[in-house]
Design a protein around this ligand. Structure first.
Ligand SMILES: Nc1nc2c(c(=O)[nH]1)N[C@H]1C(S)=C(S)[C@@H](COP(=O)(O)O)O[C@H]1N2
Ligand SMILES: [Mo]
Length: 201
């Protein structure tokens, strides 16, 4: 007899079943591909901090402090601009809303900064209202380094390049400046449902 999980996954793979869940031009995969513009980062937890700031001022949490913050379970579909989508991914992390309440900085735009130098820009409206997390667990396990552990941004409603791996800070800004891939011609916003892959889409 086949295990229940197998039937579940096969049903999810059925294109008809997934109708309405998969944005235009995407295909569903059960794999979790690794896409990194540079080497996997390995920051020791006792040296890891997370900050939210503006104009040179910031609120900073150590790993131990960060782990005392309220954790949320998130199940979401994710969509990479290279055309894979992965349905029902399961994460745990701290809502950006929670972090902003504590940090008390504001601004219409944010730049996410990561170990290794990767950056990506997002409107604050897309990081608030229960739409974004700093996630440290995937599938019930600590987030693996190649997927951005110890912690990554999770912004599932935008293309996955906005979900910055090894994220260490959110810098609030008045201006919407391009991050790493945006500087190479990727779309400034990146809505998968409108296929905003490249500038001009
Ligand atoms: N720091 C950092 N974050 C990153 C990237 C990167 O190269 N560096 N790649 C982005 C891209 S293009 C994608 S599709 C996802 C891939 O995440 P994964 O490797 O966990 O699948 O991470 C995003 N976040
Ligand atoms: Mo990507």
């Amino acid at each position: 007899m086949s295990p229940v999980s197998r039937g579940f996954h096969r049903r999810r793979q059925d294109p008809a079943e997934n109708a309405g869940r998969v944005p235009p031009g995407q295909y569903v995969t059960r794999d979790f591909p690794v896409l990194s513009a540079g080497p996997t980062q390995h920051t020791a937890l006792d040296r890891w901090t997370f900050s939210i700031g503006r104009d040179g001022q910031q609120k900073t949490w150590s790993w131990a402090e960060f782990r005392t913050l309220p954790v949320q379970d998130v199940t979401a579909d994710i969509h990479c601009v290279t055309k894979w989508s992965k349905l029902d991914t399961v994460w745990q992390g701290v809502s950006v809303d929670t972090l902003l309440d504590l940090a008390r900085y504001d601004g219409p735009f944010a730049m996410a900064h990561c170990d290794g130098g990767y950056t990506t820009n997002l409107p604050m409206a897309d990081l608030t209202g229960g739409k974004a997390w700093v996630a440290y667990s995937f599938d019930g396990q600590p987030l693996a380094p190649e997927h951005g552990g110890p912690a990554r941004l999770l912004v599932p409603h935008l293309y996955f390049w906005k979900s910055a791996k090894w994220v260490r800070s959110l810098e609030l800004r008045d201006t919407n400046d391009p991050g790493f891939w945006e500087n190479y011609g990727y779309h400034m916003y990146g809505d998968p449902w409108r296929e905003q892959r490249y500038a001009g889409d």
